[in-house]
Ligand binder design. Structure first.
Ligand SMILES: C[S@@+](CC[C@H](N)C(=O)[O-])C[C@H]1O[C@@H](n2cnc3c(N)ncnc32)[C@H](O)[C@@H]1O
Length: 257
């Protein structure tokens, strides 16, 4: 069961931030540049807040086939208005109910790119949420998602690791899990999902100063998982990140094969 976020501070923030291409982190822009986007690419943005990414991708790549899905009703309503200018849509609801929501709106179930920035990992049952997003990736398409990794620590629970949903204005009483996945768990999960290849852009960093979490550093990663019809047990990992991560993934992969 996912948390239905409702704090007023969330749309207040996202209606004014992260809506122009240059507002996005360099790592995020690098991952999008590597994803081969063009005006025809169909995009499903899971946890889109006020749809700012849709506007940014329209600005940078001319994308118009954009659908956002957002659990916060107020943010979704603002997002729907924002992306309508170029023909995009934002729907209100939980990714766990994504199939019904898209069906009800008369929209396709599968997209060339399913993207989720800092959103799937706002849910304690992060694996189930990732799997739901993965179901909406078309064959030949990809899932681009951000996640926090740690060589061996896994913290999925709100009680263990959390952050206010509105840290920019001092934080209220609404919290989201600050999910950190261990590298072995992430490699195992990507393999079981049946991704054909996994490309990762990652760097070490300190957790947000406003997060309450047991780790003092983690790898901030953008992962692009591709989907094909062939489920090959020899999944390809291409890691552009810290040497330790490259070595750890290599050795986990060698042990599996
Ligand atoms: C940290 S914000 C990121 C917003 C946007 N993706 C960005 O990067 O600017 C996370 C957003 O994901 C939404 N979200 C979290 N869990 C969700 C779920 N299960 N289904 C749909 N939206 C969700 C939250 O309400 C919030 O607006």
């Amino acid at each position: 069961m996912n948390i239905h976020y409702a704090s007023p501070g969330l749309p207040e923030f996202y209606s004014n931030h992260r809506s122009a291409w240059e507002d996005f982190y360099v790592s995020e822009r690098t991952a999008f540049e590597a994803s081969g986007l063009g005006p025809e690419t169909s995009i499903l943005d899971v946890g889109c807040a006020c749809g700012g990414l849709g506007t940014a991708l329209n600005e940078r790549f001319g994308c118009t086939n954009y659908v956002g899905l957002e659990i916060h009703e107020g943010a979704a309503a603002i997002g729907a208005l924002a992306v309508a200018s170029f023909g995009g849509r934002v729907l209100s609801g939980d990714i766990l109910e994504g199939s019904q929501i898209l069906k009800f709106a008369g929209l396709p179930q599968e997209y060339d790119l399913v993207v989720s920035l800092s959103a799937l990992d706002w849910n304690a049952d992060v694996r189930d949420n990732i799997l739901q997003a993965w179901r909406h990736v078309a064959i030949g398409g990809a899932l681009l998602m951000s996640l926090r990794l740690h060589p061996n620590s896994c913290h999925l629970d709100l009680e263990e690791s959390r952050q206010s949903t509105t840290p920019h204005n001092g934080g209220g009483d609404e919290f989201a899990p600050y999910v950190i996945m261990s590298v072995p768990a992430a490699v195992e999960f990507a393999t079981r999902m049946g991704a054909a290849s996994v490309r990762v852009f990652g760097h070490w960093g300190a957790p947000s100063a406003t997060a309450q979490t047991p780790v003092d550093r983690c790898i901030f990663a953008l992962a692009i998982l591709t989907k094909t019809t062939v489920v090959d047990p020899e999944i390809q990992f291409l890691i552009d990140g810290p040497g330790e991560l490259v070595e750890q993934v290599k050795s986990l992969n060698a042990r599996r094969s």
